[in-house]
Design a protein around this ligand. Structure first.
Ligand SMILES: Nc1ncnc2c1ncn2[C@@H]1O[C@H](COP(=O)(O)OP(=O)(O)O)[C@@H](O)[C@H]1O
Ligand SMILES: Cc1ncc(COP(=O)(O)O)c(N)n1
Ligand SMILES: [Mg+2]
Length: 555
């Protein structure tokens, strides 16, 4: 039967919303500053209309993809994935497929003009942060999309170059390769081919090893995108699920557990949508990819035994987090940068001097208002350290305060700490991330903008910046002063906690340097080299509270 496409009489032409034209390259580097001017006037206007009750824009992904009637992949997967991550998802449908767990029975492309009309409807009206593409059935649709993105630029473009379904059915014209290569890739912030797609994009090269995936990622990078993720779901003989992330300079091997299940239909669509959703929330690219990968792994794990359909490849459950709180155990606790507010770093020497156990020191700092704890035990014997860390972990967990371990990844793993803090001469954060996985918090000590940039690239969650003032806890430690702190904060894409000689007497001067990503101060001697930790922590906390309420008032 011939398809009937209903094209409404041309809608009134809305003036394109004023958007910031960030250059395609560097959209992410300029993320915060690019968004600010775009959002502020709009929310001010809405606020005024709303009696100042503070309306807010919701992070928004637009998926440009095909419909999967079985709802495991395509637009349906994209909407569920974004919804699961708390992001709004609008959808421009490029094709309707008749599809189930057996395969694809039919494909019905939507006429290019009507794809263009859908794009105009969404982009001219809504504040779309990120566009994610899936099935683009023809070169004509690719062209229409590129033209729309030139007219209505967005913050980033995630391209999942869907070509063939896992069942082996063609989802785009072979001539589409040229459309991707010649136009879309140059506009893309990230392209996420699976092994077959990467091979097709490179003229049919064979991809069987991680080394092959790295060289494919580099070759695809030469086609124009800023980042490339080659997905290894189908890597033969691999007991892990390994993806390769290439940032233009370095290949990062991202490891996950391979879940034994038939329900992997839609993993690629979901991964790309989750990346887009995390970008919409403001994550840097590598973080977005890691969070997306962890989400897919958790969803597959939760859904590994569900049965939907009789074919060889079933869908999985994107909304698993809503089903059971218990199943959330093991998911990455969202790192909350506000936890850096009052960061207590224990010191074994000071505990000995004041004849305190490490657990007493931790309890007292939490009672005084510490919002995160780091155990820094430079001289402890490993066995004692692990025992003490386990006890501290229990205390911290019962108070909902994250516990990090300084330097010792092994101790952090042994006590299932929330994360690790490393210095410049400790294990590189990239290696720590490999060992701890995407769900733990990693902090890196940085003195310079270059070190802060590296920490971000390596996948850290925050940086500790200092020593700001001279201190007795670190010998020969170069201090960087408030100017040095400010320079690093302004350059850092990660939240910052200031450290080094900070206490109630000078915390105010630190917090008022005027860097929005400076989230708090770390204290060692000013808490632990004192007779009463509780009252010192309370004093520091009230100085910090005062500084942050003044900062809010002056905005
Ligand atoms: N069985 C599995 N267990 C865990 N992760 C998987 C599994 N299969 C695929 N993945 C992950 O899902 C994402 C999508 O990969 P892939 O299946 O290769 O893409 P596509 O769906 O486009 O073919 C990747 O991050 C991959 O590592
Ligand atoms: C409409 C549509 N879009 C994308 C895919 C790819 O998904 P998968 O690779 O998991 O089959 C699909 N099967 N259908
Ligand atoms: Mg797959």
């Amino acid at each position: 039967m011939a398809a009937v496409f209903l094209t409404l009489p041309s809608s009134p032409i809305f003036p394109p919303t004023a958007r910031v034209h960030a250059g395609r390259r560097g959209v992410f580097v300029a993320r915060a500053s690019a968004r600010a001017p775009m959002i502020a006037p709009m929310s001010e206007a809405m606020d005024a209309e709303n009696g100042g009750r503070g309306q807010r824009n919701m992070p928004h992904v637009l998926t440009v993809a095909g419909s999967d009637s079985g709802a495991g992949a395509g637009v349906q997967a994209d909407i569920k994935a974004c919804g699961a991550l708390g992001v709004y998802c609008s959808s421009v449908i490029t094709a309707v497929t008749a599809q189930n767990t057996v395969g694809v029975q039919g494909v019905h492309p939507v006429p290019e003009e009507f794809v263009a009309e859908q794009l105009r409807s969404v982009l001219s009206d809504m504040e779309v942060d990120i566009v994610k593409t899936g099935m683009l059935p023809s070169v004509g649709v690719v062209k229409v999309l590129c033209d729309s993105l030139k007219e209505f630029p967005v913050r980033a473009l995630v391209v999942d170059p869907v070509m063939v379904s896992t069942s082996g059915d063609m989802l785009s014209e072979p001539s589409n390769l040229a459309g991707y290569r010649n136009e879309l890739f140059a506009m893309a912030d990230i392209v996420t081919p699976n092994l077959k797609e990467a091979s097709a994009l490179l003229g049919g090269v064979s991809l069987r090893t991680v080394a092959d995936m790295c060289s494919a990622a580099k070759s695809i990078h030469n086609l124009g995108p800023r980042y490339v993720l080659v997905k290894g779901g189908d890597l033969p003989d691999s007991s892990d699920a390994i993806d390769i992330f290439f940032d233009g300079e370095e290949c990062h091997e991202l490891y996950g557990s391979r879940i034994k299940t038939r329900n992997t239909h839609g993993t690629g669509c979901t991964l790309a949508s989750c990346i887009a959703a995390e970008l919409a929330k403001g994550s840097p690219m590598l973080h977005a990819v890691q969070t997306a990968k962890a989400f897919v792994e958790s969803a597959l794990n939760y859904s590994k035994d569900i049965v939907i359909g009789n074919g060889p490849q079933g869908p999985f459950d994107h909304l698993f987090r809503l089903k059971s709180q218990n199943d959330n155990v093991g998911l990455k606790p969202q790192f909350d940068a506000n936890d850096l507010f009052l960061y207590a770093v224990t010191d074994s020497g000071m505990n000995n001097k004041w004849d305190r156990s490490i657990t007493d020191a931790v309890k007292a700092s939490i009672e005084g208002g510490a919002t995160i704890i780091q155990l820094r035990e430079k001289d402890a014997e490993t066995r004692n350290f692990v025992e003490a860390a386990m006890a501290c972990m229990e205390i911290c967990r019962s108070h909902g305060v994250p516990l990090l371990i300084n330097d010792r990844v092994d101790v952090a793993l042994a006590c299932d700490a929330d994360g690790v803090h490393v210095g410049q001469s400790d294990m590189p954060a990239r290696v720590v991330r490999k060992l701890l996985g995407p769900r733990k918090i990693i902090g890196v000590s940085c003195k310079t903008p270059a070190q802060a940039e590296q920490a971000w690239i390596d996948g850290a969650d925050y940086i500790g910046c200092g020593g700001v003032f001279p201190t007795t806890t670190k010998e020969n430690n170069l201090t960087i002063g408030l100017d040095g702190l400010k320079a690093v904060c302004l350059a850092s894409k990660l939240p910052v906690v200031a450290i080094g000689g900070i206490g109630p007497g000078n915390a105010h001067s630190v917090m008022k340097i005027g860097a929005p990503n400076l989230k708090g101060v770390a204290a060692v001697s000013s808490l632990f080299d004192r007779a009463c930790i509780v009252s010192e922590a309370q004093r520091l906390r009230s100085v910090l509270m005062d500084a942050s309420s003044r900062a809010r008032l002056s905005v």
